[in-house]
Design a protein around this ligand. Structure first.
Ligand code: ADP
Ligand code: MG
Length: 289
């Protein structure tokens, strides 16, 4: 593309709410073969609500909710916020927390009034027996809901189920990318069944689930076998993957870490910006303006 064409293209993109931070990104995006998306906060709103608290017979609802909310009040994870909000709505008093520890991509643990409370993925609690919960949990996960678990004094106490909502335009954006000849993927730290259900609802081609934050870069590298890759994300965890992808695209509602690592920034949270970016890139490289 001519320098003039790149300048005009950058300006057109800005009018559409797409900021190209590097002109190389404008030139490279035309040839993108696959666009990979983070799930939580990118394809979904990232503001889940607590829908179910399924208890083991030996435990009582308010007691469990108060214990887990006390621990999650120390965490900034969206799942934590859903749990704390639910406890607040019920007016539960939260106990004193000590020894709080967060394990990235897995969960949290702490003592509440002396009791050991561990919350997180099945992997995080994998020494416990989940068989009493599995039928109920699999059904909810197949609907796209996220199950996490709570152990109290190392006894499995509850399955905690949260549901996030898919952003209104996500499905149309995936379909439009396919129509433009571009493949799609989703990379998520969430449980496999849940991630696959969301990907199915959206018509996404490839899913990489239960990916630890440190492994998002490896997921990008493996998907790159399909061709030039763009990655769209919002979180602190997404920063290395945004830097690794051929074109990193940050959602404007995302964290500063994501925005600073990206080549392209979308204003606001609407993923239609990805289509605008691609359309402007293709037009620019044809020297249309
Ligand atoms: P993502 O944002 O892609 O869902 P994360 O890496 O933040 O992925 O989290 C992956 C998984 O780790 C969550 O789906 C959940 O199972 C577990 N997890 C992480 N933090 C917490 C937390 N504070 N409370 C409960 N579960 C958590
Ligand atoms: Mg996210």
């Amino acid at each position: 593309a001519t320098p003039t064409s790149i300048m005009v293209g950058t300006g057109r993109a800005a009018e559409l709410g797409v900021l190209f931070r590097k002109s190389e990104a404008l030139q490279q995006l035309r040839d993108v073969a696959i666009v990979a998306f983070d799930k939580t906060g990118t394809l979904t709103s990232g503001k889940p609500t607590l829908t179910d608290l399924i208890l083991d017979d030996d435990f009582e609802h308010d007691e469990v909710l108060a214990l887990i909310a006390a621990v999650e009040a120390k965490s900034e994870h969206p799942i934590a916020e859903a749990i704390v909000t639910a406890a607040e709505k019920q007016g539960l008093a939260l106990g004193a927390v000590t020894e709080f520890e967060a394990i990235a991509g897995n969960g949290v643990r702490a003592r509440v009034d002396g009791r050991l409370v561990t919350i997180g993925s099945q992997r995080h609690l994998n020494h416990l027996d989940f068989s009493d919960f599995s039928t109920a949990i699999d059904k909810l996960a197949d609907e796209g809901k996220t199950p996490v678990f709570a152990a109290i004094d190392d006894k499995l106490a509850a399955a905690i189920v949260v549901a996030d909502t898919i952003k209104p335009t996500s499905k149309a954006v995936i379909a439009a990318l396919h129509a433009m000849g571009v493949k799609t993927a989703m990379i998520s730290g969430d449980n496999k069944r849940t991630a696959e259900a969301i990907a199915r609802q959206l018509g996404i081609d490839e899913v990489r689930a239960e990916v630890l934050p440190a492994d998002k870069v490896a997921a990008i590298k493996s998907l790159r076998q399909l061709g030039k890759i763009a990655y769209v994300g919002d979180g602190i965890n997404d920063a290395p993957a945004l830097a690794e992808a051929d074109i990193g695209i940050a959602v404007g509602t995302g964290t500063d870490a994501a925005i600073e690592s990206a080549d392209v920034v979308l204003l606001g949270g609407d993923l239609k910006g990805v289509l605008n970016a691609l359309t402007v890139s293709r037009a620019t490289m044809k020297n249309i303006w």
